[in-house]
Design a protein around this ligand. Structure first.
Ligand code: SF4
Length: 270
């Protein structure tokens, strides 16, 4: 292959910024976020349609897997969430990965009931775990529009407090930021975060909405309004306000705007 046709190796992006590998155990997700890229991929490759995605099915072959120790941190899950519907299965698989000596990044739009159980049942492995709770806004109207099946802000903040009080390492993902006031989110979660608060723009929305929300002009209007709040000018101002806060980390979508370099290796931007 000539240099001209050889594509440059792309820097780690998306979930690769956070973990070297990932594990999932179900198809579909009842949180049914309008911007969900996993849903878009499932629809594109005909594993789901816009309606069936919100009726998840556990995958028996993934529930039966055994694990050895992997190099680098494992992210669980990346293509569904941890919910009251699958919490038993999640705890079974998480415990298996932890018992094999793996370090885990557990990512969720958290249900307080699920986090109570995770903190209780995974306590022996506390040193191997970082919780990362996805919270894109403090406004329940915003959350319930973009993430109709996910918990409200109070439930997510309560989950963060529980994990923090239980001495787990805690972090928050504000990717995607879902409103024009990310400072309110940072202020609300900051006291309960020991590790990091990640901020990122909404990605690929013009490609995602036609598949995830077909024939839905209201979703298009909401999407355009959200993207209009994330201009380069607004992102640079956000960066200037928080660049000296050691807890704040910037996802690839913001790094590209403000001129930060990306990590060369997956899972190293911790
Ligand atoms: S919680 Fe995650 S996997 Fe589930 S629908 Fe939302 S973005 Fe997709």
């Amino acid at each position: 292959m000539t240099t001209a046709t050889c594509p440059a190796k792309r820097a780690p992006h998306g979930t690769q910024e956070w973990a070297a590998s990932n594990v999932n155990i179900q198809d579909g997700c009842e949180h049914d976020c309008r911007y969900c890229y996993a849903k878009t991929m499932a629809i594109r490759f005909k594993r789901a349609d816009a309606e069936s995605w919100s009726k998840p099915r556990l995958r028996q072959h993934d529930l039966d897997r055994t694990f050895t120790r992997r190099t680098g941190r494992i992210m669980f899950p990346t293509a569904h969430d941890i919910t009251p519907h699958n919490i038993d299965a999640c705890i079974t698989v998480l415990t298996r990965m932890l018992a094999a000596g793996n370090d885990l990044l557990i990512v969720s739009k958290p249900h307080a009931t699920c986090v109570n159980r995770l903190c209780e049942e995974l306590k022996p492995y506390r040193a191997q775990i970082v919780f990362r709770f996805s919270i894109g806004s403090t406004d329940d109207a915003v959350l319930s529009y973009w993430e109709p099946g996910a918990p409200n802000f109070h439930d997510r903040l309560a989950s963060l407090k529980t994990a923090n009080l239980s001495d787990f390492q805690t972090s928050v993902s504000g990717e995607p930021v879902l409103d024009d006031n990310p400072d309110a989110l940072i202020t609300a979660v900051h006291p309960y975060v020991t590790d990091s608060i990640w901020l990122g723009k909404i990605n690929r929305l013009r490609n995602i909405l036609p598949l995830n929300c077909p024939r839905d002009p209201e979703a298009v209007r909401h999407g355009e309004a959200l993207m209009a709040t994330q201009t380069d000018t607004a992102i640079r101002a956000l960066y200037r306000r928080h660049r000296h806060d050691s807890k704040i980390k910037w996802k690839d979508s913001i790094k590209a705007v403000v001129g930060l370099s990306s990590p060369a290796t997956a899972g190293l931007d911790e």
